[in-house]
Design a protein around this ligand. Structure first.
Ligand SMILES: C[S@@+](CC[C@H](N)C(=O)[O-])C[C@H]1O[C@@H](n2cnc3c(N)ncnc32)[C@H](O)[C@@H]1O
Length: 285
């Protein structure tokens, strides 16, 4: 594969571009999962295969359709935009369910691998790809899709980029369509993790050693969570463009919104959502 790729200079893109460099190679698809799979589903090991990797994505798609009460959504007639598709772990499953899917990612080598993954385990004729070169805007028309979905991606963006992408998701989704977006919020351990993350991202910018550091698992895991966003922070920017707003969160933690919007926003405590995560599920008005 190996191509000349435009690499972003922004610190929070470096782990993805580093893993993308490994994927932009003549490695087999199974080898790519062994080398880079952990950046998507946190699993490591010499026994990993693309097939098993895609199965984890399919299980998660099924799980979130159930947990987020999306069973009545007409996937079969719909175009779905996935922000942060990676190498297609969940994308294959979406192409098997939807009329068409647009996989969007900040790393172009991931998108190439995503096409290969979907060709093997999904419906390649239903897939389009979109390179999010600047990490914050989508070159896609208004009202182009029926659902925009994003999982464990917005937490990796610089806070303003994450908010921009939420705006872009709403712009790209037709009126009456759904946005289904996953975020990370504050937990107690963030008192240590947030400053460490800032320090590690600074190290990634150092000449010579920085790029090498951004390839290591410990450093990636410390530095890649670039924001914590609360529901109120997202809603104060976008509430006026949404209706039927639901916030799904773990039963293990309290999550509320400001009293001024409590009537318009339903909070739904749910089993099997990570306590540091929450989901915005809403209809575009
Ligand atoms: C943890 S992975 C999750 C991938 C996929 N959702 C999954 O569950 O397998 C995060 C993905 O988001 C992509 N990403 C990170 N920042 C992004 C941005 N600003 N815009 C688009 N994609 C981004 C990364 O390249 C990576 O593929």
């Amino acid at each position: 594969m190996r191509s000349r790729r435009a690499i972003s200079l922004r610190a929070h893109h470096l782990p993805w571009n580093s893993a993308g460099n490994l994927a932009d190679n003549d490695l087999t698809a199974d080898d790519v999962v062994r080398e880079t799979g952990w950046v998507f589903n946190n699993e490591t090991g010499d026994e990993l295969t693309l097939k098993a990797f895609v199965e984890t994505g399919d299980k998660e798609v099924q799980r979130y359709i159930r947990l987020l009460q999306l069973e009545s959504f007409q996937f079969a007639n719909s175009t779905l935009l996935e922000i942060g598709s990676g190498i297609g772990r969940m994308t294959s499953s979406f192409t098997n369910r939807c009329k068409s899917v647009i996989a969007a990612d900040v790393d172009s080598a991931f998108l190439e691998r995503c096409r290969q993954t979907v060709a093997k385990y999904g419906r390649i004729e239903r897939l389009g790809t979109l390179h999010v070169a600047n990490g914050k805007s989508l070159s896609i028309g208004d009202d182009s899709v029926d659902m925009t979905f994003s999982y464990i991606t917005l937490q990796h963006c610089q806070p303003q980029d994450a908010l921009n992408l939420v705006g872009e998701a709403i712009r790209a989704t037709r009126s009456g369509g759904l946005v289904v977006l996953n975020f990370r919020t504050w937990v107690a351990s963030d008192i240590v993790l947030v400053p460490l993350g800032v320090a590690v991202r600074r190290l990634w910018k150092l000449p010579l050693i920085g790029r090498r550091l951004a390839r290591w698992r410990w450093s990636t895991r410390l530095g890649w969570q670039a924001n914590r966003l609360k529901p109120d922070t997202v809603l104060q920017n976008f509430e006026s463009k949404l209706v039927d707003i639901k916030i799904f969160h773990s039963v293990k933690r309290q999550m509320s919104v400001a009293a001024s919007r409590a009537e318009r926003v339903k909070t739904v405590p749910t089993n099997r959502i990570n306590p540091s995560h929450w989901w915005l599920v809403a209809q575009v008005s």
